[in-house]
Design a protein. Structure first.
Length: 160
C-alpha cells in the first residue's frame, strides 16, 4: 500500500493543516464547507422575478443590437439601416420590459404586500379596549381584579 492510497482513505484533522481553514483554531474545526448565511433581502416574488429576467434579456439584446448598429454605421455597411430600425424597436420593447417590472412589482405589493400587523398606536388602543372589557366582565361577575399575586409579579398579567 502506497502513501497516496493511505492518505486518500483517512480524513484530515484540523491539527494536520492544509486547506482553506488551516490554522484558524478550534472554531474552524466544526465548521463545514458550506455555511448558510441569512439573506440580506427577501427573495423577489416569482412574477416579479420572471418579469425582471425578461427585462434584463431584452435590454441586453437591445444593447448588443445598438452596438452592432454603431459599428455597421462606422463601416458604411448597408445593414446599418435595418439594424438601426431594429435597435429603435428594441429600445421601445426594452422600455416596455422595464416598465413591466415596475408595474408587476407594484401590483404584487398591492395584492400581497400588506402585513397584518397592527401599528404601535393600534396595539395600544386594542390593549386598552381589552383591559376595559376585562374589567367590565369582572365587575359583572362580581370579582375584584387582583393587583398582586404570583402571576402579577411576572409582569405578564399586569393591568398597567
Amino acid at each position: 500500500m502506497t502513501d497516496r492510497a493511505v492518505g486518500s482513505e483517512r480524513t484530515m484533522s484540523s491539527d494536520e493543516g492544509g486547506g482553506v481553514g488551516a490554522g484558524l483554531g478550534a472554531d474552524s474545526a466544526g465548521r463545514g464547507l458550506w455555511v448558510e448565511e441569512p439573506a440580506r433581502r427577501r427573495r423577489m416574488p416569482d412574477s416579479v422575478r420572471t418579469s425582471a429576467v425578461r427585462a434584463v434579456l431584452i435590454v441586453s439584446v437591445t444593447l448588443t443590437q445598438a452596438t452592432i448598429t454603431f459599428f455597421l454605421t462606422l463601416t458604411g455597411s448597408w445593414l446599418a439601416l435595418p439594424m438601426g430600425l431594429g435597435a429603435i424597436a428594441g429600445t421601445i420593447v426594452a422600455t416596455w420590459g422595464v416598465l413591466d417590472v415596475l408595474i408587476t412589482r407594484q401590483t404584487w405589493n398591492q395584492r400581497y404586500g400588506v402585513l397584518s400587523e397592527p401599528s404601535s398606536t393600534a396595539r395600544g388602543r386594542r390593549r386598552a379596549a381589552r383591559r376595559a372589557s376585562r374589567a367590565a366582565r369582572e365587575a359583572a361577575a362580581g370579582r375584584i381584579p387582583r393587583e398582586d399575586g404570583p402571576l402579577a409579579a411576572s409582569g405578564r398579567y399586569s393591568t398597567r
